[in-house]
Design a protein around this ligand. Structure first.
Ligand SMILES: Cc1ncc(COP(=O)(O)O)c(C=O)c1O
Length: 402
């Protein structure tokens, strides 16, 4: 009972993971700003500004746009629980752990959820979704824009078309893609789009930005039953984030400060510049990985999610030993694989604040050293040289680092 607990002193890691990503010093400063009450008039203005920034990043005019007080999984819960009622039919396109989570959550609401699958490393074929929905009254089609478990991005336009044909709402998980991958919620007519604060926005984990189209709001209004979750009932939560600013729950005020500051950084850089930066840095990383003699899980370059690169672990190399050595010797964290690709891939994240040229070059040289000690030899400096060559094609310095 008298055991002494020392001062908090976490290591300074470079988080090249599929989330969370490292954060800008400005965001740390925002976290340390004085706390105010959640109904303080000053904080209400801060909420307005948070919503203005969210709309700019989602590229939407949607009234119902707010950060949910929860991690990205809360965004899935809110989207699905507000849309579906017992007996409704829905389709979820599943190509990894997170889209499967959406299927699992939807299946807890209604037994009539169809899972349309693709193997890890591929997007779900939209024709399979069209076939699955034929002749059915599908209320929602759900998918992960960026499937973090396999590093796959799915194009939304064909999904929108099928959703229109079936009269369904399009629900899109952009936890791993918002602010890094081209997305325009209004133009692409995504009905419900949610994300996570800790990935390409580069704020701490704990908030899930969400935006809901007028068509989806109409579906919420027509519900015959109450939303199964009180906490995630978006209509009542919006009484706080809407004009009334009525108490719903006490939000994580300091996290909202941090999210606001992280989003200011996103907007200062500009979405298009940010998308380009993510693309250029992933290209350089891939050039380096391939020059070192390793392959990628996602074979088609057009299917590669710019924030997460799934690298095939070379035969005979110990997944965990490599990751541990990267952490212990270089303070670099990368992630392993989940489910069917556990032990087969590393997932290297270049998200938001972490997607920078120096990080790519440091990682490639650290990996060369660690792999060499595991008996996997690569031509000296080949990874870094290939990455530098790849950068020489990038037009501006701003495209590689903030
Ligand atoms: C695509 C995707 N969706 C949902 C989640 C769940 O987010 P969280 O872990 O913040 O609950 C993640 C987390 O990695 C994710 O990558």
């Amino acid at each position: 009972m008298t055991q002494y607990v020392g001062e908090l002193n976490p290591p300074c890691r470079l988080m090249l993971t599929p989330g969370p990503s490292s954060i800008d010093p400005r965001v740390y400063r925002a976290l340390a700003a004085p706390l105010v009450g959640h109904l303080d008039p000053w904080f209400k203005t801060c909420m307005d500004e948070t919503q203005i920034l969210l709309r700019q990043i989602f590229q939407t005019e949607n009234r119902l746009t707010m950060p949910i007080s929860a991690s990205g999984s809360g965004g899935i819960e809110a989207s699905v629980l507000n849309t579906l009622e017992e007996g409704d039919e829905a389709i979820v396109a599943v190509n990894g752990v997170f889209s499967d989570r959406m299927f699992e959550i939807a299946s807890r609401v209604t037994t009539k959820v169809i899972k349309v699958e693709a193997p890890y490393g591929l997007p779900v074929d939209v024709e399979d979704v069209r076939r699955a929905g034929k002749g059915k009254k599908i209320k929602m089609i759900g998918l992960a824009h960026g499937e973090t478990s396999s590093g796959v991005v799915t194009k939304l336009d064909a999904y929108r078309k099928v959703a229109d044909e079936l009269g369904a709402l399009l629900v899109v998980d952009t936890v791993a893609s918002l602010a890094a991958v081209p997305l325009n919620v209004d133009r692409e007519r995504v009905d419900i789009c949610f994300s996570g604060s800790q990935k390409a926005i580069s704020a701490p984990p704990g908030m899930s930005p969400i935006t809901v189209s007028p068509a989806a709001e109409e579906v919420f209004r027509e519900r015959k039953t109450k939303v199964q979750s009180w906490y995630f009932d978006l209509t009542t939560a919006m009484n706080y984030w809407g004009k009334e600013r009525l108490y719903h729950h006490t939000p994580p005020i300091s996290l909202i400060y941090a999210l606001r500051e992280a989003m200011r950084i996103v907007v200062e850089e500009g979405l298009e510049a940010r998308w380009e930066r993510h693309r250029v840095n992933q290209d350089a990383l891939i050039a380096g990985i391939e020059a070192m003699g390793m392959g990628l899980l996602v074979k088609n370059p057009a299917d590669r999610l710019p924030t997460v690169t799934a690298v095939m672990i070379p035969n005979g190399v110990d997944d965990v030993k490599v990751r541990n050595q990267l952490l212990d010797e270089f303070n670099i964290e990368i992630a392993g694989g989940f489910g069917p690709v556990k032990g087969k891939i590393w997932r290297v994240g270049l998200m938001g604040h972490c997607s920078q040229k120096p990080n790519v070059l440091l990682f490639l040289s650290a990996l060369e050293k660690v792999l060499g000690e595991q008996g996997f030899r690569t031509p000296a400096g080949a990874g870094v040289a290939a990455a530098i060559q790849s950068y020489s094609h990038a037009e501006t310095a701003a495209a590689v680092s903030r």
